[in-house]
Design a protein around this ligand. Sequence first.
Ligand SMILES: [Zn+2]
Length: 333
Amino acid sequence: MTLSPAVAALAAADFSGIVPHFIAAGFAVSEPAAGVVQIVGDPSRTSVLLSVGVHGDETAPIELLAQLLDVLARQPQQLAVNLMIVVGNIAAIRQARRFIDVDLNRLFCRERGLLSATAEAARADELMLSSRVFFTRAAGLRLHLDLHTAIRGSLYPTFAMIPHGIAATDRQALIALLGHAGIAAVILNRSAASTFSAYTAAQFGATSATVELGQVSALGDNDPARFAAASATLARTLRGEAAPAIPQVPLVFEVVQEIIKRSDTFRMSFDGTTPNFTALSRDAVIATDGIHAYRVGHDEEYVVFPNPAVRIGFRAALMVVRCDAPAVFGAAH
Ligand SMILES: [Zn+2]
């Protein structure tokens, strides 16, 4: 399929088609690293980081964002926030692969051990530094949406992970925003994580989420109608426009277990094709690792991101439960 010029440019981390419009409209524009652009006006405005392509084979967010920016660049004075765009794993996007050496979205941390020499570690350093510069000079609200598409089916095709450490009122506003964007379920993670969104939440107090917009298609094959709510919500956010009055409330889950692969003997009751939010009942074996067995501890737990093929030491799945009173979640910790 032929890509639109805007999509092809963003997939190649080329901002040259949009940058002159924002400069002409009076914004300070900088490109601190490849695939990173910062378009900044008054520091008291809300600062919004939108990242795409952190996984190189997840193309729908690249298409969505390219189209948004293409429209906005023609009316640049409508941009009402300070905006940072990140095209994450440029080399992997070029090869239509999830990553080159290792999953970039596990490297937003200081201690990387044996992974320090990977291609993705250097890229994570660039993105961490660029986000630090962007958010450190932000005097207003800070929002980060890291846009993904799931690599498997899901009972809830659209869902978001909300990292630990976001104040309860900000988290409620974020959940409302995600609902308007068509996100059916949110998962609250109370543990530290080394994802991009967890990093910006922990380091810069950003209201952050990893947003799964649906299943992956090849670049140019994603149906834009499926992402209409997300696209409209992002367009409103960038223009500082109010959300529609009718709330769309996602279901709320929380993480109760992280399944970590500790050895080569790790075996899981799911494989990489198991749909997200597949349920298991109390006492069911989730995985075994040598003599250790991971079991379901609640009446029902749902698996998210099951992937027994991860490297040793990495997360092979998350187990989540429904948590219908998210305010209680915040108060308890
Ligand atoms: Zn992803």
